[in-house]
Design a binder for this molecule. Structure first.
Ligand code: AMP
Length: 182
């Protein structure tokens, strides 16, 4: 199963991606986690990404797609994956399509997590990550609307939209059920 999870910051992508990865037995690949791991190890990639992350801006597409290309080349990703936080721009989506075409693969579905914006801001303010000041949170929502929301159109032919308000376990069940129907 090759899946992408899309949703605004605070929609619960990370939480659901971890749970789905376990249910579907495929690796969970989060570009945010990969950037944070690189930053923790002070790699060149991590240091290059830091100023964008701190400002709630997107890391340049070329850097991001290159990092995903490397990760998808790992053996465990051959059986499938759940991408969390990638793609986030149309350029990245084209990059992903090219990567998958090289191995004659395709995405099975793109899951869009649907949550009202007021709920998102409240959730994010409660999360307390280093890059979670209110200005940065608002900027990340704006970046989502401008750069990432167009992906819903791009992936219209394989889009599965799920109401992501409610209990964590219940939302996972909704996603699995929706994927079964898709
Ligand atoms: P996340 O944990 O997904 O919220 O990502 C944290 C930060 O990492 C984002 O605010 C961006 O600065 C960066 N980032 C993560 N994924 C991407 C991506 N696909 N494209 C560009 N930047 C990204």
């Amino acid at each position: 199963m090759r899946l992408v999870l899309v949703g605004p910051p605070g929609a619960g992508k990370g939480t659901q991606a971890v749970r789905l990865a376990e249910r579907l037995d495929v690796p969970h690949i989060s570009t945010g986690d990969l950037f944070r791991a690189n930053l923790g190890q002070r790699t060149e990639l991590g240091l290059a990404a830091q100023r964008y992350m701190d400002a709630g801006e997107l890391v340049p597409d070329e850097v991001t797609v290159g990092m995903v290309r490397d990760r998808l080349a790992d053996e465990d990703a051959a059986k499938g994956f759940i991408l969390d936080g990638f793609p986030r721009t149309l350029t990245q989506a084209d990059g992903l399509t090219s990567l998958l075409t090289e191995t004659s693969d395709e995405l099975d579905a793109v899951v869009a997590l649907d949550v009202p914006e007021e709920t998102l801001i409240a959730r994010l303010l409660g999360r307390g990550r280093d890059d979670d000041t209110e200005d940065v949170i608002r900027r990340r929502q704006e970046v989502y609307r401008e750069e990432t929301a167009p992906l819903l159109e791009y992936y219209a032919d394989r889009l599965v939209t799920v109401d992501a308000v409610g209990e964590v376990a219940e939302i996972t069940d909704r996603i699995v059920e929706a994927l079964g129907k898709a």
